[in-house]
Write a protein that binds this ligand. Structure first.
Ligand code: ZN
Length: 243
């Protein structure tokens, strides 16, 4: 999933918001085509959900909950503690909690620092354990990288800050395993992307979190500078990793 700044350039010049957007990788090894196509469809879903329908549905549900909360307070509070959604391609999968991560070649120091800080944030949850190293085919892996993508006026002034997502590898039969060979990247064309809040968002996608409609969530699709996981973000991770 990509993190974009979804604002008009004029707004950016005024110091406006950055939006998380989601994208797909261009160079894809043949052996992960199937997994990537699952991932692409989840991206497409997320793009729609993050940009339009989930905002609309959250507005709808908050209206609904405010109606019900006049007679039932618990309904309103259960809405606010709803777990951050998870990516469709991790749903129903049993994943190990240990990830081996490494940096791609030629990573700027600022990007490495941002991802290192993001790793610490997720390790502090105690839910997943991210360890420097390569890992084997059957182990979970994360590759951190940077890329360069300039946004044109045709893209309506949105600035993509990064992208990332889970990439589920399943081997069936003898020696069966399920692993997540995820990627998380920052768009180094924009200095605002080399930032821990962006890295936390993209690493969240890599671990299986989808976009949240809560502006306090690190998974909100518009960059808010959030660096602390909400209870809902942690609940989302739990739903993936604690069975
Ligand atoms: Zn995103």
């Amino acid at each position: 999933m990509r993190l974009k700044t979804g604002l008009v350039w004029a707004v950016l010049l005024l110091g406006g918001l950055f939006v998380y957007h989601d994208d797909r990788f261009q160079a894809v090894p043949n052996k992960v085509i199937t997994a990537v196509s699952q991932w692409r469809s989840s991206l497409a879903t997320e793009l729609n959900a993050g940009n339009n329908s989930s905002m609309a549905s959250s507005a709808t549900s908050s209206v609904a909950s405010s109606v019900t909360s006049t007679s039932s307070r618990p309904a309103a509070s259960s809405t606010t503690t709803e777990a951050t959604p998870i990516e469709s391609n991790v749903q129903g999968k049993t994943l190990a909690t240990t990830y081996y991560y490494h940096f791609a070649a030629d990573m700027p120091a600022k990007a490495q620092q941002a991802f290192t800080a993001a790793v610490a944030v997720y390790n502090q949850t105690g839910i997943v354990k991210l360890v420097a190293g390569s890992g084997t085919a059957e182990q979970n892996q994360i590759t951190f990288f940077v890329y360069h993508k300039s946004m044109s006026a045709a893209e309506q002034g949105t600035v993509e800050l990064g992208h990332g997502g889970p990439n589920i590898i399943q081997r069936v039969g003898w020696g069966a395993y399920t692993a997540n060979h995820a990627r998380a990247g920052l768009n180094a064309t924009y200095s605002a992307a080399l930032n821990r809040s962006v890295a936390i968002h993209e690493l969240g996608h890599a671990l299986g979190l989808d976009h949240s409609t809560d502006p306090n969530s690190v998974m909100y699709p518009v960059e808010q500078g959030k660096t602390v996981l909400t209870a809902a973000d942690i609940a989302g991770l739990n739903s993936i990793y604690v069975k």
